[in-house]
Design a binder for this molecule. Structure first.
Ligand code: AMP
Ligand code: ZN
Length: 746
């Protein structure tokens, strides 16, 4: 079994699923990767172009042997074929790899490859051919769009020369280095349309080998080398994106140009909120010495590195003490171009992270013992949980000891918790992005979880804090607000009469715990991404239900690690085993590759048999209460709770759609940056229609599942919202609107 993406719906309704074990599912197909399509588009758009070119020949390499080219032309079946010997025997010119340096990085550049796309051989194509020979470039010739594409996909040429004298044959899209040439004595047209189409040069017909040679080596020394060096930067960004220290890059005038995910986690900001802002625009902590900033600025402006301890202010308003190193990056002529700041939480001799809450001044309470937080993180790189991920949470909340200590405004909000229309986003704001602990305390108390587990409310609170802190607040969707939302939906479903009478209290407790932990330490990337990137987690879980396995495993690791937050410490071994099994099964059921299997089992084993016994109450109860069917009910319950956002009131539904889209866009951005396969091409921020993506998501996954769940649990309110929300997206789509909301009236 391979790895499947969580959900990938294309705008045409195609589901992207890689290697699922559900291979017989009618909903799964594979599609051509976007990269391939874009390349096809980039070179030759018109698929009928080949038919207009009389001589269709496969792409060929001309090769030299002993310093001379020997072209053998033969007529085979009406097609001209040009053949030559192997390129490896090409000894006349330099074809060996050259070395390039990008900063301290040393790169090896293979010989340049040139693709000549000429419908007919003539003196011009010959001149380019010989120019390549002189420059030591490898050269292929293609006669048709198809063979050019085939050749390009095989060799990925750095330079492509297209014969523009026959431009009616070709339509060109984007490509990095295309050199087009046109006949002389035409009126000099603007090159702008060509530049826009992705060409970098235009070459006027000239069959002198020297002219062609000059052209090619200018391109090589200019764009090709530049592009080669830029490609190397991708690997440096990959390192930055994965490193555990927070990194911030600013321009010489202190405008933020880059922050890495570790920075987002540490400071609680999303990068979109920071990039482009001046450092002075961000709130500062008042805990630093008054002259500290001046001291730092004076030092770095002289081009010197500054290192020291600094209090930074997080988005939540709390201060965090950091060890900071700021290095000026000097460009040509000694001018400072950027400043790179590397930040780590300051840890004192007792391994305590120094955080300062606006509300809690008691440092002992705000500190986290870094030694007690080791686990395998979703970046999979370490057993020691990065302290910075826990620090923001521990510092910022004045968490109540009991429900009675909840601030009145939050307590008032929580009064509406039993209502489906409960606004989780209001709670998110009121709790400074920590709704899970407060809502958890309320819901767990109302279901008697502490009594069932025989644990104190303090242990429950400590556990909720720990779990919530292990969600990434920098994810736009998979953060602790999503977990709180799923917990809310789970509690709502558990209170439905049909569900209540099917499950026992252990099932209820398992469902509430499963909902709370079901996405813990989610990295904001899908399973497919982790598999394609070869992440440690994907390797650990053999590309199979990677994230869901991680969420379940980490939840138990975190829970049992410290008695202070171990909610299971007082239950007996058998009960723990049953509870553990039920929690793991539910968390794993949230994996979407088995979506259709879970729904159809539920319908076939529960809904249909229940309908067939009609109003025979005992018969119905027997169906619902069998252990196998209770398992199916619990799976269906958590699955529906997990993706209930399209059934929420419109404003919430829109917000969730925006958040999931943003998270997917960020993944696509990263895939492009890292040259990884783009697993959800639909979620490209430049082209995506959010309404279409929501319509597809509802059509494929939501409608049937909620019809079945509504038939069982009776949820008219949800179905009403779903239908209203669906109409909303359809309406936007009909207006050709691609965003979350209609444009304001002009
Ligand atoms: P989970 O990762 O456990 O939250 O799994 C739920 C799946 O449903 C994930 O793949 C989500 O990305 C996806 N999902 C939830 N809501 C939406 C939505 N409104 N649009 C598209 N995908 C969604
Ligand atoms: Zn989820």
């Amino acid at each position: 079994m391979g790895c499947a993406p969580s959900i990938h719906v294309s705008q045409s309704g195609v589901i992207y699923c890689r290697d699922s074990d559900e291979s017989n599912s009618p909903h799964q197909t594979t599609t051509i990767s976007q990269g391939t399509a874009a390349t096809l588009h980039g070179l030759f758009i018109k698929t009928d172009a080949a038919e207009t070119i009389p001589s269709v020949i496969t792409y060929q390499s001309r090769h030299s042997r002993n310093n001379s080219y020997r072209d053998r032309k033969e007529n085979s079946g009406g097609h001209i074929r040009i053949e030559a010997e192997t390129q490896t025997s090409h000894t006349s010119v330099k074809v060996s790899a050259t070395e390039e340096c990008v900063g301290p990085m040393r790169l090896t550049q293979e010989p340049i490859q040139v693709l000549l796309v000429f419908a007919k051989e003539d003196s011009q194509s010959d001149a380019f051919w010989w120019a390549c020979d002189r420059a030591g470039f490898r050269c292929n010739i293609a006669r048709t769009p198809e063979s050019a594409v085939e050749c390009f996909l095989d060799k990925h040429h750095e330079i492509i020369v297209i014969d523009g004298r026959h431009s009616r044959y070709f339509d060109y899209g984007n490509h990095s280095f295309l050199s087009l040439y046109r006949p002389p004595d035409q009126e000099e047209p603007s090159v702008l349309p060509l530049l826009c189409a992705g060409f970098s040069r235009r070459f006027v017909e000239n069959s002198s080998v020297s002219a062609c040679y000059n052209e090619l080596i200018q391109i090589e020394h200019g764009e090709v080398r530049c592009q080669f060096k830029l490609r190397a930067c991708n690997s440096i960004f990959t390192a930055l994106e994965h490193c555990q220290e927070a990194v911030e890059i600013t321009s010489e005038d202190h405008i933020i140009q880059y922050v890495n995910p570790a920075f987002e986690r540490m400071m609680g900001y999303h990068k979109g909120e920071l990039i482009g802002k001046e450092l002075t625009e961000l709130p500062k902590s008042d805990k630093n010495r008054a002259d500290l900033l001046d001291t730092i600025n004076t030092c770095i402006k002289k081009g010197k590195e500054w290192q020291g301890i600094y209090f930074a202010r997080k988005k939540s308003g709390d201060s965090i003490q950091q060890h900071v190193k700021i290095t000026p990056v000097i460009g040509q002529g000694g001018k400072i171009r950027h400043f790179v700041a590397i930040k780590k939480p300051h840890i004192d001799n007792n391994n305590q992270v120094k955080c300062h809450s606006l509300r809690h001044r008691d440092r002992r309470k705000d500190s986290v013992d870094a030694r007690s937080l080791s686990s395998r993180g979703s970046d999979g790189t370490t057993i020691q949980k990065p302290v910075s991920e826990f620090a923001p949470f521990m510092s910022q909340l004045a968490i109540p000891v009991t429900l009675n200590d909840v601030p009145p405004s939050i307590a008032e909000m929580l009064n509406d918790e039993e209502c489906w229309e409960f606004n989780i986003l209001d709670l998110e704001a009121a709790t400074h992005k920590r709704p899970l602990t407060y809502l958890g305390l309320k819901i767990f108390t109302s279901f008697g979880v502490c009594e069932f587990l025989n644990c104190s409310e303090a242990t429950l609170r400590s556990w909720l804090q720990l779990i919530e802190a292990s969600y990434h607040s920098s994810n736009s969707y998979h953060n602790s607000t999503h977990a709180a939302d799923v917990l809310h939906a789970t509690a709502y479903f558990l209170r439905k009469e049909r569900v209540k009478s099917s499950l026992d209290q252990l099932d209820e407790v398992a469902a509430l715990i499963a909902a709370t932990v079901h996405d813990v330490d989610h990295p904001g990337r899908t399973n497919s991404f982790l598999c394609n990137a070869g992440s440690e987690l994907a390797i650990l879980y053999n590309d199979t239900a990677v994230l869901e396995s991680h969420h379940a495993a980490l939840a138990f690791q975190l829970t049992v690690r410290d008695s202070k937050s171990n909610i299971f410490k007082n239950i007996d071994r058998n009960q723990f085993r049953t509870l553990r099994q039920a929690i793991i099964d539910m968390v794993l059921a949230t994996e979407m590759t088995r979506h259709f299997e879970h729904v159809s089992k539920f319908v076939n084993s529960i809904n249909k048999p229940m309908a067939s016994v009609n109003s025979d109450c005992e018969g119905q109860a027997n169906i619902r209460n069998s252990p196998e069917n209770r398992l199916l009910i619990k799976r269906m319950l958590i699955k529906c709770a997990d993706v209930a956002n399209p059934c929420r009131p419109l404003e919430l539904c829109i917000e969730w759609a925006g958040r999931i889209s943003e998270e997917y866009f960020a993944q696509t951005d990263e895939e492009k940056r890292q040259g990884l396969p783009v697993v959800m091409p639909v979620f490209d921020r430049n082209t995506c229609s959010v309404p279409k993506s929501q319509i597809s998501f509802i059509d494929y996954f939501i409608t049937d599942m909620f019809d079945a769940w509504d038939a069982f649990a009776s949820l008219p309110g949800l179905m009403e919202h779903l239908s209203e929300n669906y109409k909303y997206w359809k309406n936007l789509d009909e207006m050709k609107c691609k965003s979350l909301r209609p444009p304001p009236p002009s």
